[in-house]
Design a protein around this ligand. Structure first.
Ligand SMILES: Nc1ncnc2c1ncn2[C@@H]1O[C@H](COP(=O)(O)OP(=O)(O)O)[C@@H](O)[C@H]1O
Ligand SMILES: [Mg+2]
Length: 258
C-alpha cells in the first residue's frame, strides 16, 4: 500500500514546494511510482513541473469539491514515473466551499483511499497556512515531512507547527507520524545557518535528515523551465542533496522506524 506524506509548514517560502517537487522526482527516477497532489492555490508545484495552470479541466479543486476522482484528474509529468494532480486558483474557493460540508476534514482522505494501491508514494504539497486544505492533507497523510529554513526563529516556528500537528492528531488522524525534518537553504558561510542546524538537530535528533539542502541557484531557476532541479541540473549541489534525501527517505520507509 502506498505511503501518503504531507509536506507542510505554515510558514511560506521555506522550501515546501521545492522539496515536494525534487523529492518526488528523485524517488520516481529511482523507479518508484509517485503521485504529487498540489494542495496550494498558488499552484507552484503545478507550474514548476511545466503544467500550464489556467487551461486545466480537472484539478485538486474538482477532486475536493466536484467529486472528480484522482484517476480522472492526474496527469503524467516530464519525469518518468511521476504523476501530478495539478491545481489552479480555483482551489482558493475550496476553503469557503468546504467549510459547511459534512466531514470537511476527511474529503481528501476518502479520495486518496481509492488509489492507495496505485502508487508507492503520494506527496501532498501544502499551502502556507493551517486552513482546511492543510487539515485535509494532514488528515489524509500517514506522515508529515517538514522543511525548515535555516534562519532565525526556525525553532520557534517548528515548535508551533508540532503543536498544530498534535491537535490534528487528537481530532482527525491519530495515526499521523512525524516523517522527518529537512533543513533547507543552508549557507555554510553563515554562522546563523550553522547554529540553526545544530539547535534543530540537538532537539529533534533522529527526526532530522542527514541530507541538508544548500541554498543553490539551480534549484531556484529550475521551476521557470518547468522542470525539477534534479532534471534541470542534476550535478548541482542542490540536486545532489535532494538525491541523498530521497535515498534516506526511501530507506526510512523500508525500516518502518518512523
Ligand atoms: N535550496 C534552495 N536554494 C535556493 N532557492 C531556493 C531553495 N529552496 C527554495 N528556493 C526558492 O525559494 C522560494 C521559496 O521556496 P518554495 O519551495 O516555493 O517554498 P514554499 O513552498 O515553502 O513557499 C522559491 O523561489 C524557491 O525557488
Ligand atoms: Mg509552496
Amino acid at each position: 500500500m502506498g505511503k501518503v506524506v504531507a509536506v507542510a509548514n505554515q510558514k511560506g517560502g521555506v522550501g515546501k514546494t521545492t522539496t515536494a517537487i525534487n523529492l518526488s522526482s528523485a524517488i520516481a527516477l529511482e523507479g518508484k511510482s509517485v503521485l504529487l497532489i498540489d494542495m496550494d492555490p498558488q499552484g507552484n508545484a503545478t507550474s514548476g513541473l511545466g503544467i500550464d495552470h489556467e487551461s486545466l479541466k480537472n484539478t485538486t479543486y474538482s477532486c475536493l469539491v466536484k467529486h472528480s476522482t484522482i484517476q480522472e484528474s492526474s496527469t503524467q509529468t516530464s519525469v518518468p514515473g511521476l504523476f501530478i494532480v495539478p491545481t489552479n486558483s480555483d482551489l482558493a474557493g475550496a476553503e469557503v466551499e468546504l467549510v459547511n460540508t459534512e466531514g470537511r476534514e476527511g474529503h481528501l482522505r476518502n479520495i486518496i483511499n481509492e488509489i492507495r494501491d496505485t502508487y508507492d508514494f503520494v506527496f501532498l504539497d501544502c499551502p502556507p497556512a493551517l486552513g482546511i486544505l492543510t487539515i485535509n492533507a494532514l488528515t489524509a497523510a500517514d506522515s508529515v515531512l517538514i522543511p525548515v529554513q535555516c534562519e532565525y526563529y526556525a525553532m520557534e516556528g517548528l515548535t508551533r507547527l508540532i503543536g498544530s500537528i498534535d491537535l490534528v492528531r487528537q481530532s482527525f488522524n491519530s495515526n499521523l507520524d512525524l516523517e522527518g525534518i529537512v533543513l533547507t537553504m543552508f549557507d555554510s558561510r553563515n554562522t546563523l545557518s550553522r547554529q540553526v542546524v545544530e539547535q534543530i538537530r540537538s532537539h529533534f535528533v533522529d527526526k532530522v535528515y542527514q541530507a541538508v539542502i544548500p541554498r543553490n541557484v539551480s534549484l531556484a531557476e529550475a521551476p521557470s523551465y518547468g522542470r525539477p532541479g534534479v532534471l534541470y541540473n542534476v550535478a548541482s549541489a542542490g540536486s545532489q542533496a535532494y538525491v541523498c534525501l530521497a535515498r534516506e527517505f526511501v530507506g526510512h520507509g523500508k525500516k518502518g522506524s518512523r
